[in-house]
Design a binder for this molecule. Sequence first.
Ligand code: UDP
Ligand code: MG
Length: 310
Amino acid sequence: MRQIPDLSVVIPVFNEEEILAGVFSRLEPALEGIDYELVFVNDGSSDRSSEILEGYCRKNPRGRLIELSRNFGQYLAVSAGLSRAVGKSVLVIDADLQDPPELIREMIKKWNEGFQVVIGARKSRTESGLKKLGLQIFNKLFIWLCDFPIPVRGGFALMDRKVVDQLLALPERHRYLPGLRSWVGFQQTEIWYDRAERIGGETKWSFYQLTLYALDAILSFSHKPLQLTWLAGLGISALCFIYGLVLIVLRILGIGVVAGFTTVAVSLFFMGGVQLIAIGILGEYLARVYDEVKQRPLFIIQREFPPGQE
Ligand code: UDP
Ligand code: MG
C-alpha cells in the first residue's frame, strides 16, 4: 500500500522539455515541510518531457509519472492525474508556473480552516489582443448563459479528497473542470493573485482550440442556446407575420403596387440562415449526447512510473 501524503500536486505536461528543470527547482522549495507527492501527467508529449520526468521520478520518491497513450488535452490529462493522486488534498497546477506555487501554503492554510475547495483566482491575465478579447467575451457570455451560477475561474485549485472523489464519480465525457468543480459544491473559497508569464516555452492552446473549448463549456452547462433559438424563431416569425399584414393592407389600399423581389429574397435567405443556426445548435447538443452514449474511457494510461503502485 502506498502511503497517503497530505498533498498531491497534479501537473499536466505537454511538450514542456525546456521548462521542466525550472519547474522542479521552484516547486520543491515552495513545498518544503509539506508531506506531498508530485503527479506528473505526460499528455502525449512528442519532445523529451517523458524522459526528463522519468529521470526526475527515479531520483525522487515523491515524484510519479502517468503516461497517457496520446494527447488527450489539458483537462483530460488533469482528470487522469486526479484519478491517480492519493493525497488527502489535491492541487492542480500548470507546468508553466503561470500560477505561483508560493500560493500553495496559503491554500493549505485555508484547507486546514475547513474549506474543501480553495481556488486560485486571477486578478489579471497575461494574454493580449484577440485572445484576451475572446476570453473576456467568453467569461461574460458564460456567466449569463449558465443554468446555475459558476464563477469563471481557471484550473489552479486545491481540493479536498472528498471533492476529488465526487469529481471522479461524475460520468460525463465533456469535462469543463472549473464548471464541474463549482457544480459539486462544498465550502469553496478563493485567493486572488496576479498571473505571471510562462517561465518558458509557449502556450499549448491555439485560438481555435480555445474557441472549441469555450463552446464545450457553454453547451455542457447551459440549455439557454436551445431556448434562445426557439425564442429567436418565435420573434422573427412574429415580425414576419406583422410585415405580411402590412403588405396585405398596402396591397388592398393600392399603395406600392408591385412588391419587389428584394423582400422575398432577403426574407428567404434570412430565414434559411436562422434555421441553419438552430439546426447547428441542436446538432452540437446531439453530438454531446452521442459522446456520452458511447461510454468510451476518458483517457488511456499507457504506463506509470513507478509501476505497479496501485
Ligand atoms: N497541456 C496539456 N495538454 C494539452 C495542452 C496543455 O497537458 O493538450 C498542459 C500544459 O503543458 C500546461 C497546462 O496544460 O502545463 C496549461 O497549458 P498552457 O500554459 O499552454 O495554457 P494557457 O496557460 O495558455 O491557458
Ligand atoms: Mg500557461
